[in-house]
Ligand binder design. Structure first.
Ligand SMILES: NC(=O)c1ccc[n+]([C@@H]2O[C@H](COP(=O)([O-])OP(=O)(O)OC[C@H]3O[C@@H](n4cnc5c(N)ncnc54)[C@H](OP(=O)(O)O)[C@@H]3O)[C@@H](O)[C@H]2O)c1
Length: 350
């Protein structure tokens, strides 16, 4: 089988560079085109600011503008800034491209799936009504905010096994989450910023859609309240989150650990190339997980969400834990690649 040609919109950014690394020698996908803004006209090797070198097979790709007429690909990954994504992604979908996007621009449209492949693969069916309603030959599928993934994924087995009433999450988000030119060094070095503009509403709402049920072609959000406090901390990669949940019944710590560590989803059953064997890794040591030590966890580095410090709260049914996810991999490029693998396996990409 030949590999599918993919394009990356925003390939020179923090997230785009991860795609370039992850799609080096990918068994199903090959990068055919890359786009940018200030780097248009440069070779990708020259515009690249990531770790190591650009894989040699992609170093000479010319950075193009994000115009569908210039792109020859079977599928498009978009990691554009929100404003550009709002304008550009519908043009690609209208031109017949399947678009898998990390941007927030279209996540909340009712007919756009917001996917964590292990959690809600059935929501992918929404693309059919999206295409019909909008008269597009292509479609848009989105991945969640980098912070949402770290706790929405562990919530899934808890919802299924015990029922969920309430969630409170406090996040400690790395600076790479704000993009290459994101947070000024004078603001963040030796400091913590207790607010991230626009983040808390996303983190409170997205899990309700992801954990919702597809009924008659529409998503009915999960009936749960989520409160969030989002902070920026001076780590480089890996969002750490302190999560407190109220379950529908009292459970033991061991039951919760078993529920989390035993969880697998459709990507594991289908053995998709970027799926870790188990998506949630549970630590028994109080000092873990840590961003520097554990962000790259898993046999597909960065695709595992690590959970630790599982313990009971004082009120019956209340459980607390800490979770960690690689914001650029499981929180962005890796999630989108796994979603595209799922789309391909479900024959939504030709
Ligand atoms: N960073 C994370 O952890 C993370 C996680 C999940 C989702 N996201 C989302 O992913 C997207 C990208 O984030 P990032 O952190 O990679 O940002 P970034 O480092 O600022 O990169 C932005 C990319 O978009 C290109 N670009 C900027 N303006 C453009 C325009 N008007 N038209 C076309 N291309 C344009 C830039 O090209 P040049 O370099 O050539 O100027 C660069 O390739 C955002 O929507 C963000 O919210 C980020």
């Amino acid at each position: 089988m030949g590999r599918l040609g993919v394009a990356i919109l925003g390939a020179t950014g923090m997230v785009g560079q991860i795609y370039v690394q992850m799609l080096s020698r990918h068994p199903w996908f090959e990068i055919k085109a890359v786009t940018g803004n200030s780097s248009v006209g440069k070779r990708l090797g020259e515009a690249y600011r990531g770790k190591g070198h650009v894989p040699s097979e992609y170093a000479d790709l010319e950075v193009l503008s994000s115009d569908p007429a210039k792109i020859d690909a079977d599928l498009v990954f978009s990691c554009l800034p929100t404003k550009a994504a709002r304008e550009v992604e519908p043009k690609f979908a209208a031109a017949g491209f399947p678009v898998v996007s990390d941007a927030s621009a279209h996540r909340y449209w009712p007919d756009v799936p917001l996917i964590i492949p292990e959690v809600n693969p059935e929501h992918i069916e929404l693309v059919e009504s999206q295409k019909k309603r909008r008269g597009w030959d292509g479609y848009i599928v989105t991945t969640p905010n980098c912070t949402t993934v770290g706790f929405a994924l562990p919530l899934k087995p808890l919802v299924d096994d015990f029922g969920l009433r309430y969630v409170n999450v406090v996040t400690m988000q790395a600076i790479s989450g704000a993009g290459y030119s994101g947070v000024p060094s004078m603001a963040i070095l030796g400091n913590i910023i207790p607010y991230i503009d626009g983040e808390e509403p996303k983190v409170s709402e997205e899990p309700r859609k992801i954990l919702g049920t597809l009924v008659d072609g529409e998503i009915k959000p999960l009936d749960v309240q989520i409160d969030a406090t989002c902070t920026r901390v001076p780590t480089i990669v890996g969002h750490l989150e302190a999560v407190q949940v109220e379950l529908e019944r009292d459970v033991s710590v061991e039951e919760v650990k078993e529920s989390l560590s035993g969880f697998i989803g459709l990507p594991q059953k289908l053995e998709l190339p970027s799926a870790p064997r188990r998506p949630i890794n549970v630590f028994d040591y109080d000092e873990r997980p840590q961003p520097r030590l554990d962000s790259d966890a898993g046999e597909v580095p960065g695709m595992v969400v690590s959970v630790g410090r599982v313990r009971k709260g004082k009120r019956p049914g209340t459980v607390m834990f800490v979770s960690l996810s690689h914001n650029l991999i499981r929180g962005a490029a890796g999630s989108a690649i796994l979603t595209a693998e799922l789309l391909y396996a479900l024959r939504k990409v030709r």
